[in-house]
Design a protein around this ligand. Structure first.
Ligand code: CO8
Length: 261
């Protein structure tokens, strides 16, 4: 681990970094100092040559129980507006060019659910407790939940979740495609998340980064533009060393030794 107060950073597998949200007294409620630490850690990992993928997790009891309600309670409009409250959360999706896997056990509510939805791949336990309960607090999702949920589960289901605040389980998340996979236990979840991260970290960094970039473009671009964007990036990879290394290794029936260039 490193010298953070609200998170822990470890290297559990070759090429894999794990960031663990660690504010147990508040079920990992996402206070501003926690987000600042998370962004700082991700910036370090983004430029760490020996890291190919990152797993973001919490505890067995809570991934994160939301933005910090005690911090938000007294906030005024002008303070929120002028400090761009919550905007820095997006650094998760802009700073980190390497794949981020969220491994969610327990509560992932409000901002915790939104943080999980920002990950590139979401794994959870069947019993995980997702939800956007902001409506119960007299407010609405503010870190992309309404937009990402609607894209992930469709408008009607997203509308129901955001308007009622009802939670949904990890089992539902997996059936709806919000989560890529769900697991019976926290231990199995962590093993699978680290296995997947290790697999990804074993590939060419430049190809992995390009793959993440083009899949993410599918969320922003119309299909024709997205397909064209993918083709441009695909063409550009003929300029990478690893494309030559990977295809030569296939032809020679050898295991590729990536240059990551
Ligand atoms: N903020 C601050 N403290 C929290 C939060 C939170 N979101 N969640 C839990 N805690 C604290 C509790 O206050 C309690 O502290 P204390 O022991 O000092 O009283 C401690 O964590 C343990 O919590 P509980 O005793 O409540 O534990 P339970 O097991 O009984 O219940 C729950 C767990 C169901 C998760 C419950 O804690 C809960 O409902 N928490 C709030 C969930 C919630 O509403 N989250 C949404 C917050 S709003 C939000 O995220 C806005 C979107 C973010 C971006 C938009 C900008 C505003």
């Amino acid at each position: 681990g490193t010298s953070y107060e609200f998170i822990q950073v470890s290297r559990p597998r070759p090429g894999v970094a794990q960031v663990t949200l660690h504010r147990p007294k508040a079920l990992n409620a996402l206070c501003t100092p926690l987000i600042t630490e998370l962004n700082a850690a991700l910036a370090v990992l983004n430029s760490a040559a020996d890291v190919g993928a990152v797993v973001l997790t919490g505890s067995e009891r809570a991934f994160a129980a939301g933005a910090d309600i005690k911090e938000m309670a007294p906030l005024s409009f002008s303070a929120a507006y002028t400090s761009a409250f919550i905007e820095s959360w997006s650094a998760l999706t802009t700073t980190l060019k390497k794949p981020l896997i969220a491994a969610v056990s327990g509560h992932a509510l409000g901002g915790g659910c939104e943080l999980a939805l920002m990950a590139d791949i979401l794994y959870c336990t069947f019993g995980a407790n997702f939800g956007q309960p902001e409506i119960k607090l007299g407010t609405i999702p503010g870190a992309g939940g309404s937009q990402r949920l609607a894209r992930a589960v469709g408008k009607s289901r997203a509308m129901e979740l955001v308007l009622t605040g009802r939670p949904f389980s990890g089992d539902e998340a997996a059936r709806w495609g919000v989560a890529a996979r769900a697991f019976p236990t926290h231990a199995e979840l962590m093993d699978a998340a680290l296995d997947t991260a290790e697999t990804i970290a074993g590939y060419s960094r430049v190809a992995v980064m390009a793959a993440k970039e083009v899949v993410n473009k599918s969320q922003d671009l119309p299909l024709r533009d997205g397909v064209e964007y993918e083709r441009r990036v695909f063409h550009s990879l003929f300029g990478s060393r690893d494309q030559k290394i990977g295809m030569a290794a296939f032809v020679d029936k050898k295991k590729p030794e990536w240059s990551h260039e």
